[in-house]
Design a protein around this ligand. Structure first.
Ligand SMILES: Nc1ncnc2c1ncn2[C@@H]1O[C@H](COP(=O)(O)OP(=O)(O)O)[C@@H](O)[C@H]1O
Ligand SMILES: [Mg+2]
Length: 384
C-alpha cells in the first residue's frame, strides 16, 4: 500500500538548522519549518501535521522561550501530532519531566546523525498513523452508539405510547363492567330477570372487548419477540371457504351477502396454517365489520392462483379508505375513518399483526381503495 509522505514540522530559532533539515529530508517527508513559535502556529493552522520536532531552547525577538512551553501551548488545539523535543546536553532533566507530563513523546539528544533522526521520525510517524486509525475507528463506533441510542429512545417512546393506549382502551370497558356489576350488586333485590339479563349482557360484551384487546396484544408481543412461521403445504381454497362460511350468518345479520369464488378447486400454498387463517379471517371480518349495516351490500372473497403465488382478495362495498387512512392502515392502533357498523369492537391492531405475519411467511398484503368506493384487500401467499 502506498502511503503519502509523513508531514513533519521542524521548529528551531537557528535558520541554518532549518535549511539543513529541509535539504536532508525533503524527499522522504513533507517538511515544514518554522523559525519562531508564531510561525509554527501558522503552519499548524494551515496544514495537517503528523510529527512536530522542536528545539528546546528558542530565542525569539530577544526573549527566551522553550520547546516544552510551546508544546504545552498547542496541546489543546492540536492534540494529535506526535511531539518530540531536541535537546542539548544540559536539558535532559527538563525533557524527562516533559515526557512524564505528556507534553512530549520523546526527546532527541544533540548531536544526532541524519540516519538516526530518520529512524526516530519514521517511528513517530508510524505511531501517528496507528493512532489516527484508532481515532477513526472510535469515531465510527461513537456514531453507531449514537445511532442506536437514538433508535432505543424512539422505541422506548413508542412503547410508552403503546402502553398509554392499552391502559386507556382497557379502562373504559373495565369502568363499564364495574358500573353494571355495582348496580346489580346494590339492586339485587329489586332487579327483574330482564334487567339482569340486559346488564349481564353488557358485562359480557365489555369483557369480550377486553379479551379481544388482550389477545391482540399477546399477538403483537409474540410477533415483536420474533414470530417464526411454521410453513407447510396446504390448500388455501378450503381454508378460505371455511372462514367465509363461518362469517355468513354474521354478515346476514347486517344484510350483507358474502360471495365466495375460487378460480380453481384447489390451490396449494407454502405457509403457516394458523397464521394464514388469522390473516384471511382478519380481512374477511374487517369487510363485515366496516360495511354499511342493513342496506344489502355485497362482499366478494376470491381465491386467485397466479403463476408464482396465490391471492386471496376480499372486496367490499363499504366506505373505503382515504390516502391518509392508507398510510396508517398497517400501524398499531390504526382506528381510521371507517368505524364498526354493527356494534363490533375495534382495537386497530388486527392489520398490523396480519402484515407482520404475512411478511414472516414471505407473502404480501396491500389494499386497493378509493374513499367512498369500497375497498379490496389482497393477500398474496407463496405457492407450494
Ligand atoms: N374493509 C375496510 N374498509 C374500510 N376501512 C377498513 C377496512 N378494514 C379496515 N379498515 C380500517 O382500518 C382500521 C384498522 O383495521 P384493523 O387493524 O383490522 O383493526 P380493527 O379491525 O381492530 O379496528 C380499522 O379501524 C378501519 O378504520
Ligand atoms: Mg380487524
Amino acid at each position: 500500500m502506498k502511503t503519502s509522505k509523513p508531514v513533519v514540522l521542524y521548529v528551531d530559532d537557528l535558520k541554518e538548522q532549518l535549511t539543513n533539515f529541509s535539504a536532508n529530508f525533503f524527499d522522504v517527508y513533507k517538511v515544514h519549518t518554522a523559525n519562531t513559535t508564531q510561525e509554527a502556529r501558522e503552519i499548524l493552522k494551515q496544514h495537517p501535521v503528523n510529527v512536530i520536532l522542536s528545539d528546546y531552547t528558542l530565542v525569539e525577538a530577544g526573549e527566551i522561550t522553550n520547546g516544552v512551553d510551546f508544546f504545552e501551548s498547542i496541546m489543546a488545539t492540536y492534540p494529535n501530532p506526535i511531539r518530540m523535543l531536541i535537546t542539548g546536553q544540559g536539558d535532559k532533566e527538563v525533557a524527562v519531566n516533559a515526557i512524564n507530563k505528556g507534553r512530549v513523546f520523546r526527546y532527541i539528544e544533540k548531536p544526532v546523525d541524519d540516519e538516526e533522526l530518520k529512524l526516530i521520525i519514521d517511528g513517530a510517524a508510524a505511531l501517528f498513523f496507528a493512532e489516527e486509525r484508532y481515532r477513526q475507528l472510535l469515531a465510527t463506533l461513537e456514531d453507531k452508539v449514537k445511532e442506536r441510542t437514538a433508535r432505543l429512545i424512539e422505541l422506548n417512546a413508542e412503547k410508552n405510547e403503546f402502553l398509554g393506549i392499552v391502559a386507556h382502551d382497557l379502562k373504559n370497558p373495565l369502568a363499564n363492567v364495574k358500573m353494571f356489576t355495582d348496580l346489580m350488586h346494590r339492586e339485587v333485590e329489586t332487579l327483574s330477570k330482564d334487567e339482569i339479563k340486559e346488564y349481564t349482557g353488557d358485562v359480557l360484551s365489555e369483557t369480550d372487548r377486553m379479551f379481544t384487546l388482550i389477545t391482540n396484544l399477546l399477538d403483537v408481543n409474540k410477533i415483536e419477540r420474533g414470530f417464526k412461521a411454521n410453513p407447510i403445504k396446504f390448500d388455501i381454497v378450503s381454508l378460505t371457504e371455511a372462514i367465509v362460511d363461518n362469517y355468513r350468518s354474521r354478515a346476514e345479520q347486517k344484510s350483507l351477502t358474502l360471495h365466495f369464488e375460487a378460480k380453481a378447486p384447489k390451490a396449494e400454498i407454502h405457509a403457516d396454517e394458523v397464521a394464514s387463517m388469522q390473516v384471511v379471517e382478519n380481512i374477511v371480518s374487517n369487510a363485515v365489520k366496516y360495511s354499511p349495516n342493513g342496506v344489502n351490500k355485497n362482499i366478494w372473497v376470491r381465491v386467485v392462483p397466479t403463476s408464482t403465488a396465490v391471492r386471496v382478495e376480499v372486496q367490499d362495498e363499504g366506505p373505503g379508505l382515504s390516502d391518509a387512512d392508507k398510510e396508517k392502515l398497517f400501524g398499531h392502533f390504526a382506528r381510521l375513518s371507517a368505524q364498526p357498523t354493527g356494534g363490533e369492537h375495534s382495537t386497530g391492531l388486527g392489520l398490523s399483526i396480519v402484515k407482520k405475519m404475512i411478511e414472516a411467511m414471505n407473502g404480501k398484503i396491500w389494499v386497493e381503495s378509493e374513499i367512498g368506493k369500497g375497498a379490496t384487500f389482497i393477500v398474496e401467499f407463496p405457492i407450494a
